[in-house]
Structure formats: C-alpha cells, structure tokens
Design a protein around this ligand. Structure first.
Ligand code: MEV
Length: 287
C-alpha cells in the first residue's frame, strides 16, 4: 500500500496570458489531495476518469482511496493534484521508478486525454510545489517566500476550455485592444517577480491584473462581489485565480485583517480558505 499527496495551486499573475506565451506566476498552496493505492488482482471501479487514465497509462491494476482537502472545479488545480498523487502512489506501490519530472509530464498527458485541453502549469506546480514562473512555455521555480493568502471559492463551477476559447475569440476579433491587455499582464507579472515579499505592492499589482482579467471578460458577478468585499475589509489586493467565470479568487492581506477579509468573503456566500505556500509538492505520506 502506498499513500501520496499533492497540493493545489493558485495563479498569482498571468492566467490566460500564459496561453499566449506571456509570463505567469503560479504557486502551490497547502490544501492537498491524498491518494492511497494498493496492488489488487481485481481493480476497484475507478472513482474518476483521471484515476482510470493513470492506471491505464502505467499499465497496472489496483485499488484506490482518495481523500481531498481541495474543492473540485474551483480553479485550484484539484484534478491535477489527484492525477499527480495517483501516478506517484502507483509509481511507488508498483516500484516503477519514474522521476518527479516524468510524473509531472505524465500527469499533464493524463489531464489532456481526459479534458482534451489542460494546463501544464497545474501538474508542474502540484508535482514540484513552491512558486513557479511560466515564461514562453518553460517553467522555472522561483525562491520560495513565506506567502499567506486567502482563497475565496465562489462554489460556482466553470469551464476552463470555454473561457480560454472566449479569450482567443476576443483576441482574434479585437487584436488592437486585446494584445495591449496581454502586454500589460506581462508587465504586471514581470514586476510581480520582484514583489513577492512585499504584500502591499503585490496587492496593488493583483488589483491591476484583476482589472485586465475583467477586460478580457472572464469575470463573474460573484467573483467581483467577493474581490471588492475583500479589498473593502482591508486586503492589500484581490483577484481571480485561474480561468475565472466562477471558481476562486485570492487576496493578500495584512495579518491584522485576516479574519475581517475571511468574514467579508463569507458574507458574499463565498467559502474562504486561509492558506499559504506549499514548498514540497508531491510527497509520500506515512502509512
Ligand atoms: C487555468 O488555471 C489557467 C489558464 O491560464 C489556462 C492555462 O494556463 O492553461 C486560464
């Protein structure tokens, strides 16, 4: 029996822009998905298409038990975390000796197969943890910083593929407007790299990024309510994280305002998660 866990992720900057080769910054967050795999002659009915595809890809059969701290369809990379943890648990239980790098790549291919399009960022961040700079398709881990965040889950599920397609349509229809917005997102992310340890500055940049995301049309009234309420309660900054159109928002705050920001999100019918950076990525759990 092998139990592995993998963390969720947020985009600090650059969601949607990364699809067009612009830089983005993503970070692994504490809530995790735990997956236990046990060799079995008779495979259990797989709990998800992702898990089924993991076993198919690894060419083995086993039973699976999943426990998740991450809400699904919330823009926090829960399917990537399930996939990374499942592949790692299978790798361990069946002594297959794949490296973490290989697991991250395989996890991306599993997600692509199941969803037809998938973000390589989610599976990479969940595998390696920490803060990751995505630039021109390549990924580089940035030095971890002690970052505290509040995530607000709208509990409104969204379709990432549809939102990505919407931005592509906008770009095709209004290139003279959308291209400068993507350039501005690049500017925000590039400045963001140097401001990760300055919550006030980080918050300001998040607010700018949020306005740009709104201009792309990936907002949602519930996200806007929660973002404005978080700022009103004292957050330095707040923005959508991930594809938008529902899903989640994030806020950076001064410690004094932590409870007020969380309560403001709750008052807007959102579910707050007080969290921080995860710098481990996928890891083996004690049995
Ligand atoms: C979704 O979490 C982030 C997007 O930028 C899509 C992607 O990076 O593949 C919207």
């Amino acid at each position: 029996m092998a139990t592995w866990s993998a963390p969720g992720k947020v985009f600090l900057f650059g969601e949607h822009a990364v699809v067009f080769g612009k830089p983005g910054i993503a970070m692994a967050i504490k809530p995790r998905v735990f997956v236990t795999v046990r060799k079995a002659r008779q495979a259990n009915v797989a709990k998800s298409a992702y898990i089924e595809e993991c076993f198919r890809l690894m060419g083995v059969k086993g039973s699976v038990y999943v426990r998740s701290q991450l809400p699904s369809s919330s823009g926090l990379g829960s399917s990537a975390a399930v996939t990374v943890a499942t592949l790692s648990a299978i790798n361990d239980e069946f002594k297959l000796s794949y490296s973490r790098e290989q697991i991250a790549k395989m996890a991306h291919s599993v997600e692509k197969k199941v969803q037809s399009r998938a973000s390589a960022t989610d599976t990479y961040v969940s595998s390696f943890g920490g803060i990751v700079l995505i630039a021109a398709g390549a990924k580089r881990r940035l030095p971890p910083v002690d970052m505290q965040l509040i995530v607000g889950n709208t509990m409104i599920s969204h379709n990432t593929g549809r939102l990505v397609a919407h931005v592509a349509d906008m770009k095709e229809k209004y290139p003279e407007i959308i291209d400068p917005i993507l350039d501005a997102m690049e500017g925000v992310a590039m400045r963001g790299i140097h401001k990760l340890e300055e919550p006030k500055e980080l918050g300001m940049l998040m607010n700018i990024n949020q306005s740009l995301l709104d201009a792309l049309g990936v907002g949602h009234p519930q996200l806007s309510r929660m973002i404005l309420a978080a700022r009103d309660a004292g957050a330095y900054g707040a923005k959508i994280t991930g594809a938008g159109g529902g899903g989640s928002m994030i806020a950076v705050y001064n410690k004094r305002h932590k409870n007020k920001v969380a309560q403001a999100i709750e008052k807007c019918d959102g579910r707050p998660i007080i969290t921080s950076i995860d710098s481990e990525g996928v890891r083996k759990e004690k049995e």
